[in-house]
Design a protein around this ligand. Structure first.
Ligand code: HEM
Length: 215
């Protein structure tokens, strides 16, 4: 397609939002790998990624704080786009249609669909949970403020939140790849009008200033 016939792209993310998102994604991978290395001896070989066991133990919490800070900045910028609406509830009721590639049966979606919004709030809960339990377990600086019972409980919860977070991000990556055209939103910042029409029609109507048709 030459430039003249190319449809005008729609901006979905700014450069700073994308840089922030990819810092979160890279730090998440580092945390998941180093966290598994700390979790069980059978994953210890993964500590090589950060230069061995000692470096893994030193760096893991600092990378965790970096990810949490970047995530909360990003989440604050995305917050107003993730308020749940009645159309989102309807989307959740019809979620199997989405998986069966019958998206036309779903109500028109705004900038994000009900599933993305649920995941967004789950991520806020999990990152906050990982940060708080991680601080309690951070022996070099903070653990002496807390009782051994609380440190033990935090270790347990930290592992549970990490497991849920890894599952949530697998779903997030799968959805990003499965909904063709989404990855370019996070690499180039833009999406095609066709992509928006297919997946986020209410958002397109909002951008174009045309009224939403409730199905
Ligand atoms: C590791 C690889 C990752 C990939 C390939 C990836 C891919 C994507 C893509 C394609 C989008 C755009 C979706 C759209 O606009 O419809 C997106 C948005 C987003 N991503 Fe990721 N992501 C990754 C990791 C993460 C991680 C680790 C987090 C958080 C801890 C995260 C949080 C988000 C959030 C909050 C959004 C905006 C969605 C919303 O506001 O509801 N991503 N990601």
């Amino acid at each position: 397609m030459n430039k003249a016939t190319q449809p005008r792209m729609i901006q979905r993310y700014t450069t700073s939002q994308r840089i922030n998102h990819w810092i979160i994604a890279i730090t998440f991978v580092l945390l998941a790998v180093s966290g598994l290395a700390l979790f069980h001896p059978s994953f210890y070989w993964m500590s090589n990624l950060l230069g061995g066991g000692v470096w893994t133990r030193i760096l893991h919490p600092f990378i965790g704080v970096l990810m949490a800070l970047c995530f909360f900045v990003f989440a604050a910028r995305m917050f107003r786009h993730n308020f749940l609406t009645r159309a989102d509830m309807e989307w959740m009721r019809h979620a199997p249609d989405m998986l069966n590639m019958k998206e036309e049966r779903l109500p028109e979606q705004g900038r994000y669909n009900g599933g993305q919004k649920l995941l967004f709030f789950a991520l806020i809960f999990l990152v906050l949970g990982l940060l708080l339990t991680g601080v309690v377990m951070w022996r070099s600086y903070f653990s002496h403020w807390f009782s051994i019972e609380l440190i033990r409980l935090s270790s347990l919860l930290h592992a549970l939140f990490a497991f849920l977070m890894i599952c949530a991000i697998i779903v997030h990556i799968y959805a990003g790849i499965w909904v063709k055209g989404s990855i370019r939103a996070m690499t180039r910042g833009t999406v095609t009008p066709g992509w928006v029409w297919k997946h986020h029609r209410a958002w397109l109507r909002e951008l174009r200033g045309t009224p939403t048709h409730d199905k």
